[in-house]
Write a protein that binds this ligand. Sequence first.
Ligand SMILES: [Zn+2]
Length: 227
Amino acid sequence: MILFLLFSPSVTSGSTCTTMRCEHFGCRKPSTSKIEAWIQKRGWTSNNPQASLILRQWKPVGTVDTALDSSFVRSMVTAQRWKGLTIKDVPEKGRGVFTKRRFEQGEVVCEYHGRLVSREEGLAIHASSPDMNPGHLLFYKNKRNEAMCIDAHEESCQCHPLSIIYGRLINHSSKRANIRPRLFIHNDRDVILFITLRDILVNEELRYDYGSKKKSFAGKGVELDWM
Ligand SMILES: [Zn+2]
C-alpha cells in the first residue's frame, strides 16, 4: 500500500507543498497519537507536519490488493488490537460489531481471526454443534486452491487470549453488507481482512455477506468458498 498525503507544512508562508509518502499507515486510519509518534520518529527538525492535518487528509489510496503492504496493518494483524470497533446487542441477532469512528471506503476494519483448520474439520465442528452461529466458521480456498476453514467458535483464540475477536461477531447481510472479506498471506499465514465497501459512519453496524454458495471476489486467484 502506498499512500500519498499532500500537505503543506508551512501553509502560512505559501511555500511549496511537500509530498509525504506515508505507506506506513496504508489502508487503516491511524490515530492522532500514532501519527504524532511516527512524526517524532522521523526526527525532522523543522516544518514538522501537524498530526491533525495528516489525519484530516488521510484516505486509503491504492487497491485492496496492497492492504497488507502497510506496516501499520501488519502490526495490527500480529497483535490483534483492532481499534474503532465495539460490540453491542442487536435485537434478535445477539451481538453485533459497531463502529466507534468513521471508516473510509477501502479501509481495513479487522481480521476474521481464529484457528486454521481443513474444510473437513470445519464441517465436523459445524455438524457437532448445530446451534453454532454460522459467523463462527469461515470457509474459503487458499492460494493453493485448497478448501480451508477458519474456526472462530471459541470466544477468544489461543494466540491472543486477551484480544477481542471482532470478526466472529459481525452479522450477515447480503443486501446491506458494508464490508467484505479478502484473503491475504502474512508470514505464511492466511489472513482474511474485512475491507469497507463504502464510507461507514460512527455507530453503524458492520455486516458482510456470509454467502450461501460459492462466490468469487474481485482479484486474481482469490475465491472464498462459503458455506
Ligand atoms: Zn490469535
